[in-house]
Design a protein around this ligand. Sequence first.
Ligand code: SF4
Length: 385
Amino acid sequence: MRGISLYVHIPFCAARCPYCDFATAPATSALRARYLDALVAEIAREGALLGRPRVRTIYVGGGTPSLLEPDEVGRLARALAEAFTVRPREVTVEANPATLDRARLEAWRAFGVTRLSLGAQSFSGRGLRALGRTHQPDDVAPAVDAGRSVGLRVSLDLIFGWPGQTPAEWRADLGAAISLGVDHLSCYPLELELTREDAVANWPGGGWPTLARWRAATAATQPDDRAIAVLYAMAHRHLARAGYRHYEIANWARPGSRSLHNAVYWRSGEWLGVGAGAHSHLAGARSHQPAALPAYIERVERALGRIADAAGDPAAEEAMLRLRLDTGIDIGRSAARWGTPASARIRGALVTSARRGLIRWSGERATLTPRGRILANEVFVRLLP
Ligand code: SF4
């Protein structure tokens, strides 16, 4: 194996943000200890099964990995070093702006982190309240400075399209991120999943009915699709003017600051995901672990390994992922990889989308137009067999 990327899932959060679909759980010390035991065992097992491959990029996501104590970070680093040949070009850790103290930051530096991904979401108190976030707008700038002070690149996540958000408020959020001079920005529209998710079982309290009520009420008062498209176009314009390249549907980077790890996902590369709810793509096959913590821990304890995903359509999946990038898809290479019938079907779907102004052709290469980025799902649906 030429090397893989590694995703490590740390599910713990100080509180559950009601819009969030990730596999999360309360950060109690008993649960953390049980989870880390399972995670370390899974890392050792996977490292042995895969023949101790070289790890080229690492992404520690969650959840809120920055909640781990320094000794827990050290334990994770030792487990990875024993199981894999760890010589990564990029190591990212996700952090909540309010939970990043000096001792934790030093522990992550010792882990080898090169990049900090901060869940800012908004610089507006109204926005953070609308999203049910627990941190404050003033927490973000010190967290950016703290990351920079130890030599890390910094990426910020922002969410737009929350209830009552005006274009002026979104412009202010973009302006605040730009003025902090971060290297990378991810901007996501608020999308609320209205079907029950497995990770709800990890949390005490009202469970899914309470979350479903919040989501239904929030969805009913969000800006409509047209207004969201206006906010998205604003991000494209303002960030371009500030020197950020819109290199993926939801991601912008200063020169040399694109995410190497996420590029592996978008280019259908090889990655192993460990931890609750983590997904993997190895040797052309997709697999995952359960999002509910008891199910995940039990699976690892019984040495059952990852759950294979139902076989999809790999040519269509690759096309959808590649189209997310500004480099798009080379249909000639797709034909060489997947054969004529699959690539002819994809070409036909893209030609139809081009007639609707959603795709631009340059020779054999197809990319999304600005309108195509907003309506990407329309393009993607046509690619399916
Ligand atoms: S802190 Fe992040 S991962 Fe945790 S619940 Fe909130 S959005 Fe989800």
